[in-house]
Design a protein around this ligand. Structure first.
Ligand code: EPZ
Length: 417
């Protein structure tokens, strides 16, 4: 089992390019199914979750080939409309294929996505929206069987929660509906905008992405296109956390500054100086961070739940108490026990975590239990005195492209064994 060995206490320095967004790549890969054509995706990160999505595309009969961070996908040869259990279990966000396969083939079959490390991952909002669009869905024996009896019905869909996945599934289903679909209380994440940009470049007619109301005018046919995936704002936040936690100055290239609008203020409250010019963000951290006081996760443009764990790692040695409130997922504090093994002083009360800053962290053997928790342990290990071993890095590799290489290029003493 691979693990990372980190010798902390060293400053980072230099400049790195931030990888393409995992959470943009996955829905856009599902969207290629709607084109029956070839698309070229640039800046597509090399991740386990992207591999799992490509595996599904190939199972469906599509062609996909990677050339460094460019992925060429041809879905004209698609022959199947089902996703087998083992491929669904590999990644629960594969539910994003449901709308796209149904819209392309008139039917879809896949097993219910299991829960994941973050707790139950219900899909009620996805299913009720697709049913509203005229798709018959049978759930039995853990399988979902969908049939669009007579095409996709344009609908007015009000989401009770601005679910990212449900918004994406509705968009992917509605692009070929026989009329106009309106989504209210839609998710506003930048990944939704990136998906809409890709689909519009393929000939779709989507407006309002990034706002609460998205309007999708159905079209008959979509063609492929060339598209560059946006930078991964959560990887950017993770690298900022690593720099802040080690009192370093680093520059991130390729970030979209506006996507970090609720993240940069937290680092500034902690005493970091952040400047930006020409798509580059420079963070200059003080010797000792102040506590940013209160961090509550909210749907975009609020503070992103995916940044909660890495930023928590950064607050472990601040001068003061930081209160986290995790409003999006019900069990997203699995990294707390492991951070405490490194000498942090964190207490969890339900969805609240209290981080009482300590002077020092010290290396230990810790285990990652989910994707962003793994990133948090790496951030904390970089700021701890001595050696840390991080096991369970298969979680890290789901969302971070060669993270140890990126950190080595910034001067970190980190190696994968
Ligand atoms: C996406 O997951 C991201 N994944 C997650 O990133 C991210 O944390 C999340 O959005 C929130 O920003 C991808 O984009 C692949 P949601 P998703 O639907 O779509 C509840 C990472 O670390 N809900 O917005 O699953 C759900 O249980 C991953 O990169 C329902 O109740 O998120 C959760 O509590 C983790 N019913 C909340 O909404 C539904 O039908 C947010 O879920 C759907 C969701």
């Amino acid at each position: 089992m691979a693990k990372l060995v980190i010798t902390g206490g060293r400053k980072l320095s230099g400049e790195v390019k931030v990888q393409g967004s995992k959470n943009s790549s996955l829905p856009i890969l599902a969207a290629t199914i709607l084109c029956e054509d070839e698309s070229v995706l640039y800046n597509c990160p090399d991740l386990k979750d992207v591999d799992a999505t490509v595996k599904i595309l190939r199972y469906l009969g599509c062609k996909a080939s990677r050339h460094d961070t460019t992925l060429v996908v041809d879905t004209s040869t698609m022959t199947r409309s089902d996703i087998p259990h083992d491929l669904m279990r590999e990644m629960r966000s594969s539910i994003i294929f449901l709308g796209a396969i149904t819209a392309r083939c008139g039917k879809a079959k896949m097993s219910l996505p299991g829960g994941c490390e973050l707790g139950p991952r219900p899909i009620d909002l996805h299913l009720s929206a697709l049913r509203q669009m005229g798709i018959e869905i049978n759930e039995q024996h853990g399988e979902l069987e969908c049939v669009a009896v007579d095409g996709i019905k344009p609908s007015k869909i009000a989401l009770s929660f601005p679910s990212v996945g449900a918004t994406e599934n509705i968009m992917l289903t509605a692009v070929k509906a026989s009329g106009t679909t309106i989504i209210t209380n839609a998710a506003k994440e930048p990944e939704i905008v990136d998906l809409a940009d890709y689909l519009n470049a393929c000939g779709a007619k989507i407006s309002g992405a990034g706002e609460s109301t998205i309007i999708i005018e159905g079209v008959d046919k979509l063609h492929g296109c060339n598209h560059s995936i946006i930078a991964d704002r959560i990887v950017a936040a993770t690298l900022m956390s690593a720099a802040a936690a080690t009192s370093s100055k680093i520059t991130l290239d390729g970030v979209v500054y506006s996507h970090l609008s609720m993240i940069t203020p937290i680092f500034e409250q902690a005493g970091c100086e952040i400047t930006q010019k020409m798509g580059k963000l420079t963070l200059d951290a003080p010797y000792r961070l102040r506590s940013p006081k209160l961090i509550r996760t909210m749907p975009y443009p609020g503070f992103p739940t995916d940044a909660q764990a890495p930023v928590m790692a950064m607050t472990c040695k601040t001068n003061g108490l930081t209160v986290f409130v995790e409003n999006i997922f019900e069990s997203r504090y699995k990294h707390v026990d492991e951070l405490n093994r490194l000498g942090a002083n964190i207490k969890v009360e339900g969805k609240v975590a209290l981080v009482d800053g300590v002077r020092h962290l010290s290396g230990a053997s810790v285990r990652a239990l989910d994707l962003r928790g793994a990133a948090a342990l790496v951030v904390a290990a970089l700021s701890a005195n001595g050696h840390t071993q991080v096991c369970g890095i298969k979680y890290l590799e789901r969302g971070y492209d060669e993270f140890e290489v990126v950190l080595q290029s910034l001067g970190a003493d980190i190696k994968k064994i």
